[in-house]
Design a protein around this ligand. Structure first.
Ligand SMILES: *Cc1c(COP(=O)(O)O)cnc(C)c1O
Length: 339
């Protein structure tokens, strides 16, 4: 099977397994796991934030951040196709009691003018705006990079209106490797950031939340409330440190493979797709000749795993478990099916 469903299927490398094996451990709920503490210091330095915290998943990282920034009955601005709006089972409504204010972006980037337009006036009829959420790279838009200037324009609006900004940076390392903009520079335009260790970087579990010291302190209580306090979490953190130190530059290979796949797909009939829209490791196409479920099932039958992006698109995500030869084979299978 050639698995192009996601970059979450990536497995720890031999070096990462060795790092897990060698990790010094303690009880992180007491703040005593030296490996977790080292990962959190490294993550704070990488994002240019005062402090950072390990959480079990990206979803928990986003939700802890929303819970920490907001109070119930307020409104959170987010992109209409963002992970927080689309793929977190309405957690922010259930747990934080916030009302989402979805805004349509352009390739995942919400125009700063639209953000400013959506910020609520002070009126007892209206829910006060409490937070702006951004996503970079943007998953459902196709792994697109939100340009640094766009983030800075929103940061300017947020600062003027005294609002925090949270970045869902599940794939911020993909954005950084592809654009050459440092992770720290992307993060300097936001108050808090969440990024995943468990996607293209190959760690088995874990995400990071980073932000101001007082924010992370408050976020630790929310993590505990949600059951995210972990004991000898250095087992996880060791993989995270290894991922940050050894697996980031390798993301460029995923991007080259996605580019190869995109250029190959662009030449095919039977799909609606613009290869110029591919920025990183995600390629999303819309079949025109056959149904998307049918195409996904046919590819699977021939050994290529993909994900249907409801309602009508198919997603390929390049990842380290599928090398160039595998991607070439996958393209040949897609050619055969669409012929
Ligand atoms: C994967 C992902 C998350 C959450 O990740 P989990 O660890 O699966 O909870 C959040 N945001 C984006 C954009 C993602 O792609």
């Amino acid at each position: 099977m050639i698995d192009l469903r996601s970059d979450t299927i990536t497995l720890p490398t031999a070096g990462m397994r060795q790092a897990i094996n060698d990790a010094a451990l303690g009880d992180d709920v007491y703040g005593e796991d030296p490996t977790v503490n080292r990962l959190e210091e490294l993550a704070a330095a990488l994002t240019g934030k005062e402090a950072a915290m390990l959480v079990p998943s990206g979803t928990m990282g986003n939700q802890v951040s929303i819970l920490t920034h907001t109070v119930p009955g307020t409104e959170v601005i987010m992109e209409a196709d963002s992970h927080i709006y689309y793929y977190e089972a309405a957690a922010a409504s259930v747990f934080a009691g916030i009302q989402p204010r979805p805004l349509e972006g352009n390739r995942g980037s919400i125009p700063a003018g639209l953000v400013e337009w959506a910020i609520r006036a002070d009126d007892i009829h209206l829910p006060p705006t409490s937070l702006i959420c951004l996503e970079n790279t943007h998953n459902r838009a196709g792994g697109t990079i939100v340009p640094l200037e766009d983030m800075e324009a929103i940061a300017e609006v947020a600062a003027r209106r005294d609002l925090p900004v949270h970045l869902d940076g599940a794939r911020i390392f993909n954005a950084s490797v592809a654009s050459g903009v440092a992770v720290k520079d992307y993060c300097s335009s936001v108050t808090s950031v969440q990024f995943c260790l468990s996607k293209g970087l190959g760690a088995p579990v874990g995400s990071i939340v980073a932000g101001p010291k007082a924010f992370i302190q408050a976020a630790r209580r929310w993590r505990k409330r949600l059951g995210g306090g972990m004991r000898q979490a250095g087992i996880i953190a060791a993989a995270g440190i290894y991922a940050l130190e050894n697996m980031v530059e390798r993301l460029a290979e995923d991007h080259e493979n996605a580019r190869y796949l995109a250029d190959g797909l662009a030449a095919l009939r039977g799909i609606d797709f613009n290869p110029a829209e591919v920025d990183t490791n995600i390629v999303i196409v819309k079949p025109t000749g056959m149904g998307v479920q049918e195409l996904g099932a046919e590819l699977q039958k021939r050994g290529v795993l993909t994900v249907v992006i409801e309602p009508d698109r198919l997603r390929f995500t390049t990842n380290k478990e599928a090398d160039r030869t595998a991607v070439e084979k996958a393209l040949q299978v897609i050619r055969d099916v669409l012929r």
